[in-house]
Design a protein around this ligand. Structure first.
Ligand code: TXA
Ligand code: MG
Length: 378
């Protein structure tokens, strides 16, 4: 495993609005054109040979391999340094591909797929034997989604493979939302990164288990719990809050340190911002701290404090989409900035896509127990 990693952009500029991209234009002129692009052909050929390729999706970049090729999938775990007991999501481009790998498609799954596929919704199914243990981490289930990104769909269609693809980061580090992030983590370990620009959502797909009657979110993501509940007209439970859940089996990946920058990351409650900033500045002896905060909070920070930190990244309160889109990218950028010692991020309301954002921030901060709800001592 020693590659000269290439980042390749397809010839055409495939900037597209996610809302305009749906099933109907999967067979569009654009898709036909994409499939003829030499870079797409190369990606498909590498995957057919059992190699890994990093591909853009609408959520984050994925590190793809042929999901039914045990050896190829093993390479994903090696390249990422991923624990073996954390199963992968399989990506499909058609219903036929789904039927090939799952035992049955429950009615509710069908309904959800019709509404949210292609898109950031992953569903758990009983798997067929075709999916090897390496992909499912020995579980009898398989997680499947249809990504809403024309480049990824084109590669799946052209290779005629179902693709196992976790986020294309080194395990534990923030997920990649740009090709350069993938390069930073996996340079030398994979032959090709397909550059599809910035990912639209910036957080991963929502992982949902509908088996056993209930609708349970194992991992919050791009489709919110409210959207699912409204569409299904039923209660949608967050698995982490479901006391009866057997967490060890339900979503193995959630037990690991995740999404974390190497620097210390703290979550702060805006009501306690002044004391937290003062303490932080004392502790870091006025070396710069980075604040990721809302515009509303920024305005309330007294001038004498503002002068002491230069880096201030802002988003609008009540618009968590903005932070979701930038979060991983900001964490990577601040991590790489040697003038920054610690990162502080404002706690936000855990609803809509805010639930996914808070989930990622809590995991990243909790990794080192740096969570300071309301600004307690550390
Ligand atoms: O948006 C996404 O989902 C991205 C893009 C690349 O598609 N992929 C992604 O994969 O986030 P990954 O491997 O980073 O996260 C997959 C999550 C993990 O928490 C894993 O434990 C869970 O899905 N998972 C996978 N298969 C499962 C299964 N059979 N049962 C329960 N959880 C499963
Ligand atoms: Mg991941």
């Amino acid at each position: 495993m020693n590659f000269k990693t290439q980042i390749k952009k397809p010839k055409f500029n495939y900037d597209f609005e996610i809302d305009e991209f749906n099933f109907k234009n999967k067979n569009s002129y654009l898709m036909q054109k994409i499939k003829k692009d030499p870079v797409i052909k190369r990606a498909a050929a590498l995957l057919k040979k059992g190699e890994l390729v990093a591909l853009p999706t609408e959520t984050v970049y994925g590190l793809a391999a042929n999901a039914v090729d045990e050896k190829a999938v093993k390479k994903i775990f090696t390249a990422k340094g991923r624990p073996q007991d954390n199963p992968l999501i399989v990506h499909v481009a058609s219903r036929k591909q789904l039927e090939d790998i799952v035992q049955e498609i429950p009615l509710k799954a069908n309904k959800l797929m019709n509404k949210f596929w292609p898109g950031p919704l992953t569903l758990i199914f009983s798997k067929k034997d075709l999916i090897p243990d390496q992909t499912s981490a020995g579980l009898d289930t398989v997680a499947v989604r249809m990504p809403a990104h024309p480049l990824m769909l084109a590669v799946i269609e052209l290779s005629d493979l179902v693709l196992a693809a976790p986020s294309a980061n080194t395990s534990g580090y923030p997920s990649p939302t740009q090709a350069a992030h993938v390069y930073n983590d996996l340079n030398g370990k994979i032959p090709l990164i397909l550059d599809g620009g910035h990912c639209h959502f910036g957080v991963e797909s929502t992982v949902v288990d509908i088996r056993k009657g209930k609708t349970r979110v194992l991992r919050p993501g791009g489709i919110s719990r409210e959207e699912l509940a409204e569409f299904l007209d039923e209660k949608v439970i967050l698995a982490a809050e479901d006391s009866q859940a057997d967490k060890a089996v339900l979503s193995p990946g959630t037990k690991y340190r995740h999404y974390a920058p190497r620097k210390k990351l703290f979550i702060f409650n805006p009501a306690a911002k002044d004391s937290i900033i003062k303490k932080a500045l004392n502790r870091t002896e006025n070396s710069k701290i980075a604040l990721i905060t809302t515009r509303e909070t920024k305005l309330e920070i007294p001038n004498f404090l503002r002068e002491n930190f230069k880096i201030l990244k802002v988003f609008n309160r009540g618009q968590p989409e903005e932070l979701a889109h930038k979060l991983f990218s900001l964490l990577r950028q601040l991590d790489a900035d040697s003038s920054i010692k610690e990162i502080y991020i404002e706690e936000l309301k855990s609803d809509g896509i805010g639930e996914a954002v808070m989930n990622r921030i809590l995991k990243a901060a909790a990794a080192e127990n740096y969570f300071e709800p309301g600004g307690g001592d550390n």
